[in-house]
Design a protein. Structure first.
Length: 211
């Protein structure tokens, strides 16, 4: 395996070594692949938040409908701002703060939404839209899962983190506290390395979503 170049097969091999799952009968290659895909698709983006997975959640409002459900299969997490028809949209994640501004007992006239609450996997907009508006919210997208051993992650250098993260997840599931302690240290070290590279990208390029 070349330095920093990891494919799905490499990641599975490393994961098995990190997790000490040498018995392929007890834990098959298929089970291992499922575990790697589960971590990569659902947890990796939340742990690392890499710039390479920055994207947009886009949808159109409908008149009289104030709620839009997030497609959790493609979007992992959204940011606290967006745009509605090229106007700013402020997004709250704290229900209490949101309802201090928008009382559920009040019924403002329908209009272009200016603020929203993300709660329970859905975006609740205020005021309620009075027409169709294009909404665009920066987000981190979920990466595509692997199918065959030659498949590569979005960035090949993520392979070590994916392997450690998957092994850490499995150690937690199986209650292997000694192995989990060891993997936590590796996880923090690799996370710091990747986040350091992300910081360098932001510092040098001043990346900001373009509308």
């Amino acid at each position: 395996m070349a330095t920093d170049i990891w494919n799905f097969g490499d990641i599975k091999t490393a994961t098995r070594n990190y997790a000490k799952l040498k018995d392929t009968t007890a834990f098959s290659d298929a089970n291992l692949g499922d575990a790697v895909n589960r971590y990569y698709h659902y947890d990796f983006v939340l742990d690392v938040k890499p710039t390479e997975l920055l994207d947009y959640w886009e949808f159109n409002t409908s008149s009289g409908v104030d709620t839009e459900a997030l497609d959790d299969t493609t979007v992992a997490v959204i940011k606290d701002y967006g745009r509605v028809a090229d106007y700013d949209l402020k997004i709250y994640f704290d229900e209490k703060l949101y309802y201090e501004q928008w009382s559920p007992l009040a019924s403002p006239a329908n209009a272009r939404p200016t603020e929203a609450l993300f709660y329970g996997g859905s975006l609740i907009m205020s005021p309620t839209p009075d027409a169709t508006y294009a909404v665009k919210i920066p987000c981190w997208a979920r990466p595509a899962t692997f199918s065959i051993d030659s498949d590569l992650p979005t960035r090949e250098e993520w392979g070590k983190m994916i392997a450690i993260g998957t092994a850490r997840m499995l150690a937690g599931q199986y209650g292997d506290t000694k192995r989990l302690t060891f993997l936590e240290a590796l996880f923090k070290e690799e996370l710091a390395r990747l986040q350091g590279k992300t910081f360098e990208q932001y510092s040098s390029k001043r990346i900001r979503p373009k509308y």
